[in-house]
Design a protein around this ligand. Structure first.
Ligand SMILES: Nc1ncnc2c1ncn2[C@@H]1O[C@H](COP(=O)(O)OP(=O)(O)OP(=O)(O)O)[C@@H](O)[C@H]1O
Ligand SMILES: [Mg+2]
Length: 316
């Protein structure tokens, strides 16, 4: 059963030059106990999608339409009170650059305990014990509970954010680039932790990353986004082995494998378009070596091909 369904979601940023279509009519769902990876280059709308799911889009951003159905209810029509109950308890997010999002003047233990007490009526001592357990769960010794964020390494701070996000046993967790910007060894350790937690806590998750190599280790299904649109959706094995969309193929070829397998890396020529005036037709066509006239004129609809959903005219 789908725990989260995103239907025709549209988010714009109202800039001086006009509205930038950061998320333009996207649809996808996440089934219970599954992890969906959301990938695409920088500026494709991944964080905007994540923020929309939390109903956290701020000016100049605006949710222009669509539905976000979480456990049968539309988040976009919920009151602030309903949202406060939901966020942090049932639905949580580890924000991009979360390592820097901890409160610098509170100990890590206090920050975890505070979140627990916001959502559960328990005394301080019990909350503190729960916080210590959370730290052990994410691989930070509970002896570090009284450490301040500046006393922790980047990897530990990220673990701390994961401890906060999972403290109230959420049903759904969004992780926005949780390992980006950390060194390779720390990335490995965090991926192992995330996979362990998925199993231990029965998590359903949306895992955002730039590249497929990370996604292939953590996710069941993948959604590939480009310039505010979904280009391809499929299960992770099929997407990795038989990518259909030229953009997915290019993404796979442009990143080294995290397992260290040797391959020739090919960067994608050009860069994503400005979203105030995206290209006509398929948004990827100016960078696509397979583009035909139709791609320059007509935006491709998503359709089913070999078990994938793909938006491309040339895929047979
Ligand atoms: N506050 C803002 N005002 C105007 N435009 C914005 C704002 N925030 C984001 N955008 C634009 O929206 C688009 C999507 O941004 P978003 O942060 O969602 O991308 P992303 O896929 O998460 O990128 P990254 O991989 O770099 O984190 C980008 O083109 C960005 O420039
Ligand atoms: Mg982002």
């Amino acid at each position: 059963m789908a725990i989260l369904e995103i239907k025709d979601l549209k988010v714009h940023y109202l800039t001086k030059e006009g509205p930038a279509l950061a998320v333009d009519s996207i649809n996808f769902s996440v089934k219970e106990n599954k992890t969906v990876g959301l990938i695409g280059e920088s500026g494709c709308g991944k964080t905007t999608t994540a923020r929309a799911i939390m109903k956290f889009v701020k000016e100049p951003g605006k949710i222009m339409g669509g539905e976000i159905i979480f456990k049968g209810r539309d988040i976009l029509t919920m009151s602030d009170k309903e949202l406060r109950t939901l966020r942090g308890a049932e639905l949580t997010i580890v924000r991009q650059e979360a390592q820097n999002a901890l409160n610098p003047v509170m100990t890590i233990g206090d920050q975890i305990a505070e979140v627990i007490r916001e959502h559960e009526h328990i005394d301080k001592r019990t909350a503190w014990e729960r916080a210590e357990n959370q730290l052990d769960l994410v691989g930070i010794s509970h002896h570090r509970a009284k450490s301040f964020p500046h006393e922790l390494s980047g990897g530990m701070r990220q673990r701390g954010m994961i401890a906060i996000a999972t403290a109230c046993n959420p049903d759904f967790i969004i992780m926005d680039e949780p390992i980006t910007g950390l060194d390779v060894i720390v990335q490995r350790q965090l991926l192992t932790l995330i996979n362990d937690l998925r199993e231990k806590l029965n998590l359903t998750a949306l895992f955002i990353a730039h590249d497929l190599s990370v996604i292939s280790e953590t996710c069941d299904d993948v959604v590939v986004m480009y310039a505010g649109k979904i280009m391809e959706k499929a299960d992770v094995v099929s997407l990795y082995k038989h990518p259909l969309h030229p953009y997915t193929q290019a993404l796979i070829n442009s990143y080294p494998s995290i397992r260290g397998e040797k391959k020739n890396l090919v960067s994608i020529p050009g860069s994503p378009p400005r979203l105030v005036s995206p290209p006509k037709g398929c948004r990827f066509h100016p960078r696509c070596s397979f583009a035909i006239d139709r791609c320059r004129e007509e935006a491709p609809e998503i359709r089913e091909v070999d078990g994938h959903s793909v938006a491309c005219h040339i895929v047979k």
